[in-house]
Design a protein around this ligand. Structure first.
Ligand SMILES: Cc1cc2nc3c(=O)[nH]c(=O)nc-3n(C[C@H](O)[C@H](O)[C@H](O)COP(=O)(O)OP(=O)(O)OC[C@H]3O[C@@H](n4cnc5c(N)ncnc54)[C@H](O)[C@@H]3O)c2cc1C
Length: 526
């Protein structure tokens, strides 16, 4: 049976490896990029490794957690089970005696904060003395006043702004939500639906935060936080791509084929079946490969545009109207970060201890800052003497940011980071810029009519849409993996209704905190 998999990101590689492990099928994976991993790849620049976004490996699904460990064992526990805690969930994981330098996952503590007013705030935002002192009495008074007004006279909830203001008040909305959300999505909060807020910012209100804070004050002195409750996640020693490279290796070692630098440009269709896939390789050679089943992780918009004969007009229209947010990340190698009040010496007097920091300062367009040394020291060629940073910008292909050439963009990035007192430009040693198109599928544009596309595609008996852009779903790796697994279950004869694949949802229980919009599976983001 010919199974063609479009894309060798987490979804495509999971599908490929499941077919290899569970059947005699030898899939053909077609990947446009020169390396595997999709957005979860690791980019290597002169021995320094960039993770495009900072990928925490944690899932509510045991299947996903076990699958990861089947490729990379967890190092560092003498072979004993150890507890990890994430998003209010605790679980035991089996460690191995893997030695440093091996193919393994590390267990990493999570620390992320918000940088605002040149100060660091807890993330998720906590109602505590540090927050109050950082904000200052006037701003706190304004926050409380506007919160009271919002409770007494709530707005009709037409959009995300109304949704947040009703729950947190106008001042808090303007201080911590508005600019960051607009940086991420590039549209005013009034243009984002209120349902989006309901989905991402669940179960939290100031009243609840106050109760929490009061509880903490009452019990202060009595509560010591058990170390196992420090949030931790798994992380491949050489970045997320490390795991996906292992998956690709197992597929090709067992007879699967992986074509890199090869793009799918069309799908041949005979009524309700896909008969073949048109591909173009690096040299521009075009050919059609026959298919019994196609698993697609390529953007739905491109997939529909490539249908031959074309999809019905209404399906094409909705697909064409799907929008995305693009992403540029600049790796900056510096001697050190600047010291920060309240953070003593940070790590080794060299850097802040955070994995990543949300940049809330309004005067810069920088969205988030990764400190790769704190993810895994092995991401950095010389972790003791250099700090390897990732500066993340959200943009749209063709806009003013995207149109800057790499050198001009890098100059902007350095200047911005220096202007908010996080580095001294004299300490910059090296840089590398990566552009990621369609990093975020947007829930605006024609998304409200997405059902039209879905219904038509579900009628194509041997086409399986899985993964992030494959399903136009703002997801994490575990969602991509579980949708891919279900598609394979179906191809191997399981009774899997299409609805079950669309219904995979792993984000629905994280409601401890106010999430940053790009921070889904958690008080985390992706
Ligand atoms: C900033 C950021 C932070 C994130 N943080 C986390 C996190 O902490 N934890 C987590 O689990 N997830 C995180 N994610 C999400 C994670 O990156 C995705 O869920 C995951 O990579 C999606 O896998 P996928 O295979 O579905 O899609 P992708 O990773 O997009 O892979 C699709 C692949 O298809 C290829 N392709 C596309 N079109 C074609 C074509 N026409 N022909 C051939 N190949 C094609 C692409 O080149 C790509 O390799 C984050 C994402 C972002 C953007």
């Amino acid at each position: 049976m010919n199974v063609i998999i479009i894309g060798a990101g987490p979804a495509g590689l999971t599908a490929g490896l499941e077919l290899i492990r569970r059947s005699d099928i030898k899939p053909l994976l077609i990947e446009a990029d020169s390396q595997v991993g999709g957005i979860s790849k690791t980019v290597v620049h002169r021995g320094n490794r960039m993770d495009l976004g900072g990928h925490r490996f944690f899932s509510k699904s045991d299947w996903v957690m076990d699958w990861w460990q089947s490729l990379l064992p967890i190092a560092g526990g003498e072979g004993d089970p150890i507890p990890i805690h994430y998003h209010r969930q605790s679980r035991w994981i089996q460690t191995s005696r893997a030695t440093p330098g091996a193919d393994c996952m590390l267990v990493r503590p999570r620390l992320s904060r918000i940088y605002f007013l040149r100060r660091l705030f807890d993330y998720p935002l906590k109602l505590n003395w540090t927050t109050l002192a950082n904000l200052g009495p006037r701003r706190v008074a304004r926050i409380m006043g506007s919160y009271a007004r919002a409770r007494l006279a709530p707005r009709p909830e037409r959009n995300l702004e109304d949704f947040i203001v009703n729950r947190f008040g106008e001042e808090l909305y303007r201080t911590f939500f508005k600019d960051y959300t607009e940086k991420v999505w590039g549209v005013p909060c009034q243009q984002i639906s209120a349902e989006w807020g309901a989905q991402r910012i669940k179960g939290l209100s100031i009243t609840e935060a106050l109760k929490h804070a009061a509880g903490r004050l009452l019990h202060s002195g009595q509560v010591t936080r058990h170390t196992s409750l420090i949030e931790r996640f798994l992380y491949p020693r050489l970045g997320p791509g490390h795991l996906w490279e292992m998956a690709a290796r197992e597929i090709t070692n067992h007879g699967g084929t992986l074509l890199l630098n090869t793009r799918v440009v069309g799908l041949q269709r005979n009524d309700h079946r896909i008969t073949g896939v048109d591909i173009v390789d690096q040299a521009g050679q075009r050919q059609t490969v026959a298919a019994d089943h196609v698993i697609s992780t390529m953007p739905v918009k491109d997939l529909i545009a490539g249908m031959s004969p074309p999809a019905p007009h209404d399906v094409q229209q909705v697909a064409q109207g799907l929008l995305y947010r693009d992403f540029i990340t600049v790796g900056l190698l510096v001697r050190r970060m600047k010291r920060h009040p309240g953070d003593s010496d940070g790590v080794a007097g060299q850097r802040l201890p955070d994995n990543w920091i949300y940049i809330q300062e309004k005067e810069v367009r920088l969205g988030r800052l990764q400190i790769f040394n704190n993810w895994s020291p092995d991401l950095v060629a010389d972790p003791d003497r250099t700090v390897w940073l990732g500066l993340e910008y959200f943009c749209n292909v063709g806009d003013d940011l995207w149109s800057l050439d790499d050198a001009a963009f890098t100059r902007l990035a350095i200047q911005e980071l220096a202007s908010i007192d996080l580095i001294d430009p004299k300490d910059v040693l090296d840089s590398h810029l990566v552009r990621v198109e369609k990093a975020y599928p947007a829930y605006f544009g024609s998304y409200a009519q997405f059902g039209v596309v879905r219904q038509w595609v579900d009628g194509l008996a041997n086409l399986w849409l899985v993964g992030r852009n494959g399903m136009h779903r703002y997801n994490n790796q575990d969602h991509s993996m579980l949708t891919a697994k279900l598609a394979v279950d179906a191809i191997l004869g399981g009774d899997v209704p299409r609805e079950a694949i669309w219904a995979v949802n792993l984000d629905d229980e994280y409601h401890e905190t106010i999430e940053h919009p790009d921070d889904r599976t958690a008080p985390q983001q992706g």
